[in-house]
Design a protein around this ligand. Structure first.
Ligand code: CO
Length: 496
């Protein structure tokens, strides 16, 4: 057997273990009875241990070293070997002591965060979070970086992303978007009362399924269920599942979940089946993954052509709620801009102020410029500055997100990157596809899906996020495309 074949067989076995863990994780969110939780934790931990052993085994390392000197491999094979070797080497940098210490610190921080949020008392969380931040600073040092320690953390979610580039992006957010949202705020806000009337649960479920089918989600290679926090999970490109949640008094809850998770799922379903278990069979980065969910959610699902295609069906399902609401008024209500306290409820513009605050705080914590005890004060000051909002309590402020308690530093920026990539990709799709929005207006999403399959999904990790962006649009990521998209849309909605 060739060395490359030996390598792919090892990788596929590791993937078998990972995806089996994913099935158990999916089941935990959907079906697991209360008493099953304890053994389930053990089962997942056992599989995680097996996967870790396989992925760090010495013979895999030797194989990778030999293969990385093999000039006969093609571009895809070389990419697979290089990406696997990078993560193999990274694994070696973690000492067993650090892994155990980190795992304990995360458990303690998560418990403390839950208590602190419940009691609206940041001081209950402060010691555990301080310990976790100290570990993160250590992690940056042993992982290594060229320019900024935060780069080492970013790289785990957004490979090759640099703090310096994010500084430029978020400076643009503050310079351009803050002023623009202020202008919007001076206008009379759009009406959206109908969104919070009663919407029957079963009918909402059906509408969500119809929308997924229209996007091209393959129900023979996936399914939808209900969960408390909507998510997408993949067990390989031919079994990609989504979940949604339904609030009978808030239609948009179900709708945004369906179309957002549907966008994530289309990416996973569009990866090449033959690359199962290999880097070219996996998404590039969190930012590019999020670009796919947000392109469908924002650029498509919050657009007038989309609602021209689908509003009549929605009205027919909910005549009491919507019979007197025009398609344009409905469209406007789906795009209401309002400064708010909670990130997950934010509209597509003010959302980036929430991320900007978190990015600045994470960076300063890792640089050692601020200490955990000062977070509530810094948080509240920034919310006043960017969102003109007084934070009434830490539970609704600095304690609102789970991420830091998991030790996920460097993750938040990928949400904004996703929106910015989405705007730039969508701008290009409109140039490349004749009459794209006329097709969407007819309910035909296939030209867009084919374009995404061709330009983004099929490659997996073959290109870096930045190279893919240049390949598709001829330019690196630029905030300007998001701003252009925002202005074209909201100038109309708010009559600016
Ligand atoms: Co997402």
């Amino acid at each position: 057997m060739s060395l490359y074949k030996q390598y792919t067989e090892k990788m596929r076995k590791i993937a078998d273990v990972h995806y089996s863990m994913a099935v158990l994780g999916w089941d935990r969110e959907i079906y697991l009875p209360k008493k099953g939780a304890k053994l389930r934790t053990q089962q997942v931990a056992t599989l995680a241990g097996i996967a870790h052993e396989m992925a760090t085994a010495a013979d895999l390392g030797e194989l990778l070293e030999k293969l990385s000197a093999d000039d006969t491999l093609d571009e895809w094979q070389k990419c697979n070997v290089a990406k696997t070797l990078k993560s193999y080497k990274r694994q070696q940098l973690y000492t067993k002591e650090f892994v155990i210490e980190n795992s304990n610190a995360v458990s303690a921080a998560y418990e403390a965060w839950m208590q602190a949020r419940k009691n609206n008392d940041f001081s209950l969380y402060e010691p555990a979070l301080s310990r976790l931040v100290a570990l993160k600073r250590q992690e940056c040092e042993f992982l290594g970086y060229e320019d900024h320690p935060y780069d080492a953390l970013l790289d785990q979610y957004e490979p090759d992303a640099k703090t310096a580039d994010l500084n430029v992006l978020f400076a643009d957010v503050r310079r351009q978007l803050v002023d623009y949202v202020k202008q919007i705020g001076e206008k009379e806000n759009v009406k959206d009362g109908w969104m919070f009337e009663h919407f029957d649960k079963d009918k909402q479920w059906q509408f969500g399924l119809d929308m997924l089918a229209q996007m091209g989600y393959d129900f023979d290679g996936g399914r939808q269920d209900i969960s408390a926090h909507p998510f997408t999970t993949s067990f390989g490109a031919e079994d990609v599942r989504v979940t949604t949640r339904i609030d009978e008094n808030n239609f948009s809850e179900m709708f945004w979940s369906c179309i957002h998770e549907g966008g994530h799922a289309l990416y996973e379903q569009g990866l090449k089946v033959e690359n199962y278990g290999l880097p070219t069979g996996e998404a590039i980065s969190m930012g590019i993954h999020e670009s796919q969910s947000r392109l469908w959610e924002n650029n498509v699902g919050r657009s007038l052509p989309y609602w021209k295609a689908n509003y009549a069906a929605l009205q027919e399902m909910f005549p009491e709620n919507l019979k007197d609401v025009s398609v344009v008024d409905f469209y406007k209500s789906m795009n209401k801009v309002k400064n708010s306290l909670i990130r997950t409820n934010a509209d597509e513009l003010t959302y980036h102020f929430h991320i900007s605050v978190r990015f600045e705080i994470e960076k300063a914590l890792i640089e050692g410029k601020i200490e955990v005890k000062d977070l509530p004060e810094i948080w509240n000051k920034r919310y006043k500055e960017y969102l003109d909002i007084d934070v009434p309590s830490d539970a609704q402020g600095v304690l609102q997100d789970i991420h830091w308690s998991h030790g996920s530093f460097g993750y938040f920026p990928t949400y904004s990157l996703g929106s910015f990539y989405a705007a730039q990709f969508y701008m290009q799709a409109k140039k490349d596809i004749d009459g794209l929005e006329q097709e969407i207006e007819k309910g035909n999403m296939m030209p867009l899906l084919d374009w995404l399959r061709e330009n983004v999904h099929q490659y997996g990790k073959l290109y870096s996020a930045e190279d893919l962006c240049k390949k598709i649009t001829g330019e690196p990521l630029k905030f300007q495309y998001f701003m252009d998209y925002a202005k074209e849309k909201y100038n109309f909605i708010y009559d600016l």
